[in-house]
Design a protein around this ligand. Structure first.
Ligand code: PLP
Length: 449
């Protein structure tokens, strides 16, 4: 490509002049110009290569540029690049069939969206119309998307600037034994107290006013807190008792991330609505959706569903989903995620925790892991304060810079780093990532007491 006039500098200059970036102070960011990507790696225009321990935004579950998925998108573009949502078209029908085959229980109807936030918007609309009730309960320490309702059900600081105060959302505390909101001393006690707190919240809000409880099956961006055994089954039971729609958000956990097709399988729980996006087609073309139970689907059998999107079930996105799901089945990608978690990432991260005083806790499953970094293991004081920026965030910035210097692109959120590589990462690549984390944790250790 000697004649190629594109340079990293030109890409960067046009970006800085014209691209308005998400969640950022536009003058304070310095985006890397990316020249290419393959599998678990990407590289810049100078040829510096990074192992991607973020999977983009935790979505490239089969890695970058899988040849079969790229070919399927090209083939679909040649056949029928687009078609309106009111028609039955082959890639949409087939994607819905393959997804419904894998979602738990009777979640057999699929409403397609362009991403996760729109899936949450529509799940909540369905729950409100199905129950005729206004309110939604969701957890602190959660993320559900950046659009109006989705950001209001979110339980992290991204909600604050957009909280309209009239969203009908009530937040509660979900279990998190390491930083227990219930002062409990064991996982079992944490699960029991969290359920009692939720039952009390329902009682005092008024069960007849609550349309839905929305939970990430395993909270992702908020810190990968695997719920204690019995907690999600208990939420299911509370929903059944009070006629509340149970929405599990599997936008981040779905399609192999936790070592199962859906994280709900770990807990033997079937929600009434399940939202997905990201891993459904590894984000090669934007796609998300809601998997709908038979009972809720029946509500809209003879009554129109009042919601829709121009690109609902876009043929290119659906062709990418069909190819991705087939690749994941053929190449046993879900099993690989489980195995890498059990044999490499889990043991490797725990071994790092033994040697690095900055690691307070290791949590996760599959290719879905968090290191909770602390200033002091005894008090569990976070390495940086909640929602810190600037100087206060310097320890995490130094940790991230060292990762990058070692060729690892890290996922960093507040006082945590997450190890969330593609589900089909090799053992050698996972070991390479652990070695870089080892070096970067030595930098974090300098900020401990
Ligand atoms: N739900 C969860 C659990 C997520 O992690 C995300 C994104 O990170 C979303 C919803 C929002 O998805 P999107 O960014 O595709 O709108």
């Amino acid at each position: 490509r000697a004649a190629d006039p594109v340079t990293g500098a030109a890409v960067k200059a046009a970006d800085r002049a014209h691209v308005f970036h998400s969640w950022s102070a536009q003058g304070l960011i310095d985006p890397l110009a990316v020249a290419g990507a393959d599998g678990s790696y990407f590289w810049d225009y100078d040829g510096t290569r990074y192992l991607d321990f973020t999977s983009g935004l935790v979505y490239t579950n089969i890695g970058y540029q899988h040849p079969k998925v790229v070919a399927a998108i090209q083939e679909q573009a040649g056949k029928l690049a687009t078609f309106a949502p009111a028609f039955a078209v082959e890639p949409r029908s087939e994607a819905a069939r393959l997804i419904a085959e894998r979602t738990p229980g009777d979640l057999d109807k699929i409403f397609f969206t362009n991403g996760g936030a729109e899936a949450i918007e529509n799940a909540i609309r369905m729950a409100r119309l199905h129950t005729g009730r206004p309110k939604v309960l969701s957890a602190y320490r959660s993320y559900h998307g950046g659009t109006a309702t989705a950001v209001n059900v979110t339980g992290d600081p991204r909600r604050w600037p957009s909280d309209n105060g009239t969203s009908g959302v009530v937040h509660f505390w979900a279990p998190f034994a390491y930083r227990s909101p219930f002062y409990s001393s064991s996982e079992a006690e944490e699960g029991e107290r969290a359920l009692r707190h939720l039952a009390d919240t329902i009682a005092f809000e008024g069960p007849g006013t609550i349309a839905a409880i929305v939970l990430e099956t395993i909270p992702g961006t908020a810190g990968i807190m695997v719920p204690p055994p019995g907690y999600l089954a208990g939420v299911r039971e509370l929903c059944d008792r009070h006629g509340i729609v149970f929405v599990l958000d599997e936008v981040m956990t779905g399609f192999g991330r936790t070592g199962k097709w859906f994280a709900a399988e770990h807990f033997g729980v079937t929600p009434d609505l399940l939202t997905f996006a990201k891993g459904v087609n590894s984000g090669y073309v934007p796609l998300g959706g809601v998997a709908i139970s038979a009972e809720i689907a029946a509500t809209f059998e003879n009554r129109p569903y009042p919601g829709g999107l121009t690109y609902s079930g876009h043929p290119l996105a659906c062709a990418a989903a069909v190819a991705t799901i087939r690749v994941m089945a053929e190449e046993r990608v879900v099993e690989q995620a489980a195995r890498i978690g059990e044999t490499v990432l889990g043991p490797g991260l725990r071994e790092l925790a033994e040697r690095h005083p900055s690691v307070g806790e290791v949590r996760g499953t599959g290719v879905f892991w968090a290191l909770d970094l602390v200033r002091d293991r005894a008090t569990r004081e976070p390495l940086v304060p909640y929602n810190a920026s600037g100087e206060a965030n310097a320890p995490m910035a130094a940790f991230a810079a060292e990762c990058k210097a070692r060729g690892l692109w890290p996922f960093v959120n507040m006082n945590r780093t997450h190890a969330v590589p593609p589900c089909n990462i090799s053992e050698a690549e996972a070991e390479e990532g652990l070695a870089a984390l080892d070096a970067a944790l030595s930098v974090a250790d300098r900020f401990t007491v």
